[in-house]
Design a protein around this ligand. Sequence first.
Ligand code: NDP
Length: 310
Amino acid sequence: MNIALYLPNAERMEWWVRHLGTLLPEHTVLAHTAVTTPSDVDIAVVWRPPGGWLASLPNLKLTISIGAGIDHVAEDPQYPSHIPVLKTVGPDMVQRMREYVVLHVLRLHRLLPLLQAYQSQAIWKQPITPIAQQRQVGIMGMGGMGKVAARSLAELGFEVRCWSRSQKDIEGVKSYAGDEQLQNFLSDTEILVCLLPLTETTKGILNSTLFSSLPEGACLINAARGQHLMEQDLLDALADGQISQATLDVFTTEPLPQDHAFWLHPQVLVTPHVASLIDPVSGGKIIAENIKRYARGEKLEGMTDVNKGY
Ligand code: NDP
């Protein structure tokens, strides 16, 4: 089979071509720039391909996303939606997201931004924080990432609630589902974590209407996609106190432009899309294994529904 790779970064793409080529000696692995006959390509392995590129491969049978999200494929209006799309999520990625969410929920819960502000002025003050059992944490999105984060927070004692399309049954986690239960989910959520996929229905969901449904002074953690957040709405909510702190890993424009208000904002912590990066070595093995399964006609890991967008 012929496998074509697209990554926006040429150096990384060359690395992936070599890595997958070593793991799949029985197949031909090519960078998209080396594809001379598009009709020969059977499988595309991609991260943020340009719109229309996948549609230009007339015999494409399978698309594999190098990462957990498939929004970069699903948002292409020319994508032939009958061609299956796999996401790539290794156990290392799930663990990294669990660590990221626990770290930042604890940071906000234990008022570290306030303590750091005190330190910068040599102020000795000892605020007493509520314990985890008195803190309501809400997670939007209960997929592979959301579930492990919710379980870990519940084990720490937090009052955890989740919101997804369908009801979930996770020990220690209260489930809310669908648009009709969103208000109830938000109304007591003091620390809101977004782990939703980016789809037509979730784009811009973190907006002023949603912020106004949270208790005053709530905190936001967005580790999903930048386009979930209406950035100006967050700046306004931070200014008027509706949101007290935000931890942002993802942004509408990445890298975050140097003059962006988030960089130096005293109530915002910026992390450069590192919540759960794919380890290319183990991620490559998962992708290669899926390609071998496909060649043998076996069940594939990480199947998504491209029409739903996740
Ligand atoms: P999954 O596809 O496994 O799960 C998605 C969850 O979101 C499901 O629980 C689904 O509900 C819920 N959902 C989808 N649409 C809606 C909606 N309209 N309303 C309510 N709930 C909805 O996703 P993962 O857990 O694997 O990943 C989540 C996202 O995290 C990825 O799409 C990616 O964007 C982001 N991510 C970010 C990384 C980073 O480094 N910052 C790294 C990896 C991922 P249901 O279960 O009912 O279908």
